[in-house]
Design a protein around this ligand. Structure first.
Ligand SMILES: Cc1cc2nc3c(=O)[nH]c(=O)nc-3n(C[C@H](O)[C@H](O)[C@H](O)COP(=O)(O)O)c2cc1C
Ligand SMILES: [Mn+2]
Length: 474
């Protein structure tokens, strides 16, 4: 059976029954869905949440699924520490998609014609207090490049404007926006499809940094370990994932922009917005009992989905320059950071590695910390300890002025003025070398209990105090 959202959820629940919780209470899509995720996060809990009764919709909504590295490691079939390597290697071995017959495509089970299209019938959340309206946060939009004929995919935020119209917000040099501009230049509408609900390998493949236009379907195949099955769209020559939950088909109109925003973005602030192009939806196809997939915006889920693919791409490029790279973490809790661990052979390794990382993820990285290979970069406390013990600002800090921006999603890339206006600015990047000196210099050894002795500790003999012991000592 082809992999899809449901096969993944089945694996997830099998692996950890607590990883998915059902909410049967009726919830308001306005804040009601994100309220659960937010309340659970206060207790440090991040289960996937399946809402079966969302006011105004007959469909269920799933949210908060991709909230931990463990859930990514589950489908990559590896340990968390190995995610960047496995991810990077898979991206280097893409698996081309396969076209299947319409009759075999589950996403064609229900077809909604243009006249009946009503986006308000989907369980689309309003995420944060000041958001401009309901947003699709997990929609993968596909569009065909008119020059090369390649299909490109990415997640772009879509504010719902009315029953048939939504916006699309393209950032910087993302291919989606470059392709849209080619159609606009010719005064033509751009046919698009928005895919909602699929295997995480598909979602992650579509947001991976892939050189050149297109290639996301093949990246998704690599991450899913099988060729992604596609089917012809109803209203255009696009090919769309055959086993998605829901697909919205339509066109980006060349000359009809609308005001969108604000929207709580991944850096945890309301960012972006202004005037954006309009997509008019002309067909919806979905599975029976379709599950609408949401990503909790500006929260753990948004951060994990954004950070993991970046670690994979950075692993690939840094490894080419510094083969002694051990692993990479772009921590979800601050995606502007990148922690690189390596076995330093020569002093120059640090800067070579750091610049390769900065050049791979040019938009968001601002702070690179390079540590030795005895530091676990997935543990923020270890990285902080390395900075505290092996880094001296005067000697080990390199500031790269005006590296980022101007503008974009980082709050530091804007100048905020007293009159409430803001103007784009450039911000700097830093490289912190928290490594020990390279050989032959001898640096103090890290204090540890010998591993073989740690292995001998017998945890099954541990017990609580007896009453007699309590009486004796307390
Ligand atoms: C949850 C999520 C939301 C995103 N929202 C946007 C967005 O609104 N606009 C945008 O341009 N990129 C957004 N991105 C990033 C792009 O999807 C990503 O960089 C992708 O690789 C771009 O592909 P492209 O260069 O082929 O267009 C988002 C990513 C994630 C994970
Ligand atoms: Mn692309």
């Amino acid at each position: 059976m082809a992999k899809d959202l449901r096969t993944y959820l089945k694996d997830l629940v099998h692996h950890d029954p607590d990883s998915l919780k059902v909410v049967d209470q009726q919830v308001d899509p306005k804040f009601g869905i994100t309220a659960y995720a937010s309340r659970l996060a206060q207790d440090g809990k991040y289960p996937g949440l399946l809402f079966t009764k969302v006011k105004g919709s007959e469909l269920s909504c799933i949210s908060n699924v991709l909230t931990s590295y463990e859930r990514i490691a589950l489908y990559l079939n590896c340990d968390v520490q190995d995610i960047p390597r496995v991810y990077g290697e898979k991206l280097q071995a893409p698996i081309p998609p396969t076209e299947i017959e319409r009759s075999e495509a589950k996403v064609k089970e229900v077809i909604i014609e243009e006249e009946a299209v009503d986006l308000s019938k989907l369980p689309i959340p309003v995420h944060n207090e000041l958001d401009g309206g309901p947003y699709l946060s997990a929609g993968v939009m596909v569009i065909r490049d008119p020059d090369s004929g390649e299909i490109n995919a990415g997640i772009y935020r879509h504010q719902i404007f009315n029953e048939k119209e939504l916006g699309v917000w393209f950032l910087g040099a993302h291919h989606g926006g470059l392709i849209y501009k080619k159609y606009k230049k010719q005064g033509k509408p751009a046919p698009v499809a928005i895919v909602l609900g699929h295997h995480p390998g598909f979602v992650m493949g579509s947001v991976s940094r892939i050189q050149g236009i297109g290639g996301e379907y093949a990246a998704a195949g690599a991450l899913m370990d099988e060729s992604l099955e596609l089917v012809k769209a109803e209203t255009s020559d696009l090919l769309v994932p055959a086993h998605a939950e829901i697909i919205l088909e339509g066109e980006i109109l060349p000359d009809y922009d609308q005001v969108e925003g604000p929207f709580g973005e991944w850096p945890g602030h309301y960012l972006g917005g202004g005037s954006v192009p309009t997509i008019r939806i002309t067909r919806i196809t979905h599975r029976r009992n379709a599950i609408f997939q949401d990503i909790v915006a500006s929260s753990r889920e948004h951060l994990v989905v954004g950070a993991v693919p970046r670690s994979g791409s950075i692993y690939q490029t840094v490894k080419e320059v510094v083969p002694s790279l051990k692993t990479v973490n772009v921590p979800f809790y601050s995606r502007m950071h990148c922690y690189l661990s390596l076995h330093k052979e020569r002093e120059a390794d640090v800067k070579k590695a750091a610049f390769a990382a900065l050049n791979t993820e040019q938009e968001n990285l601002r702070h690179i910390v390079v540590v030795d290979d005895d530091i676990n970069v997935f543990d923020g406390e270890e990285v902080a300890w390395a900075i505290g013990t092996r880094f001296d600002a005067e000697r080990d800090l390199l500031i790269i002025p005006k590296w980022n921006g101007p503008g974009g999603l980082l709050p530091t890339n804007w100048e905020y003025h007293a009159d409430g206006k803001n103007t784009p600015r450039m911000s700097s990047a830093v490289i912190a070398d928290a490594t020990k000196p390279a050989p032959p210099i001898v640096f103090p050894k890290r204090a540890v209990v010998p591993v073989e002795h740690v292995g001998l500790a017998q945890l099954d003999v541990l017990r609580g105090l007896t009453n007699e012991e309590k009486g004796k000592w307390f």
